[in-house]
Design a protein around this ligand. Structure first.
Ligand code: ATP
Ligand code: MG
Length: 261
């Protein structure tokens, strides 16, 4: 169980990026974190992956716990050992390395070479395109394929919890569907998922619970099914109103129906 308890993060002296945030991610669930630009989503992901310090950020107050361990002051390396893996915003695959080498980099914390090999095979089975092109440089992959590689690399450490920071960013809608479906399969395999997204339709379509973050604070949280029905979410994140959409069946506005892969 991942718990944020009255958690606040500052950058430098003046930027209060996260203010007094509390929530819990239930084991085995998908938790969607929705919010616009600058809301603080990436800051939360930095805080739980031990990378805040690289960006000049620091925990101001509160804490983050994974099961009974406080993790917000651990190094990135130790956090991976505790079972958390981050797929960062912007993917950051190693473009000059091959697909296999990228995946191996994700398994650096895994001591057993047999286990590393097994995970590699699992990645190639789950992401067929990566298997076919395993010896090619990552730079030759499309944006969507690079996102798949970043997700597969995140899974190589065998995480209990996978954190994904805007996997749909800059990706074509058809490929976003594929990514959503992949996240569902990963979750069905037993991995808890924290999914940060501006794409509320995709994220709330597959999530069990959701929360909305605005200017560093939680403005809404609850079961994803309830948030999908929220007029405020329709207005703010889908450019329409749930009521208006329900009233006019032939509207071309996007809807927040259960998202299908
Ligand atoms: N390294 C940094 N130094 C100073 N301020 C920062 C730094 N990184 C982020 N911030 C500020 O912290 C706030 C939260 O930023 P963050 O990147 O967490 O938002 P976000 O929700 O991920 O946004 P986006 O959707 O654009 O990725 C913003 O006001 C941002 O300008
Ligand atoms: Mg971000």
């Amino acid at each position: 169980m991942l718990t944020f308890d009255r958690f606040s993060v500052h950058y430098g002296a003046g930027v209060h990026a996260i203010e007094d945030v509390s929530f819990t991610v239930q084991p085995g669930s998908i938790c969607a974190i929705i919010g616009g630009n600058g809301a603080g989503k990436t800051t939360l992901m930095r805080a739980v992956s031990g990378t805040l310090g690289f960006h000049g950020g620091r925990v101001h107050s509160g804490e983050v716990r994974l099961n009974d361990t406080r993790i917000d002051r651990l190094s990135a390396h130790r956090i991976v050992q505790h079972g958390l893996a981050l797929v960062p915003e912007g993917r950051h695959v190693f473009s000059e390395l091959t697909i296999t080498e990228n995946l191996e980099a994700g398994a650096a914390s895994v001591r057993s070479s047999k286990l590393r090999q097994e995970r590699l095979q699992q990645a190639f089975e789950m992401f067929e395109v990566l298997g076919r092109r395993r010896d090619q440089r990552a730079s030759l992959l499309s944006g969507g394929e690079q996102q798949m590689l970043a997700i597969a690399r995140g899974m190589m450490s065998g995480p209990e919890i996978l954190l994904l920071d805007e996997p749909s960013l800059g990706i074509a809608p058809r490929v976003v569907q594929h990514i959503g479906h992949t996240i569902q399969r990963i979750n069905e395999g037993g991995t808890t998922v924290v999914l940060v997204e501006q794409n509320a339709a995709m994220a709330l379509g597959i999530a069990d619970q959701g929360l909305v973050i605005e200017r560093g604070a939680i403005s809404m949280q609850g079961p994803a099914a309830e948030l999908r029905e929220s007029d405020e979410i329709h207005r703010m994140y889908l450019g329409g109103s749930a009521v208006e959409e329900a009233d006019s069946a032939d509207t071309a506005q996007p809807t927040l129906e259960r998202w299908q892969a």
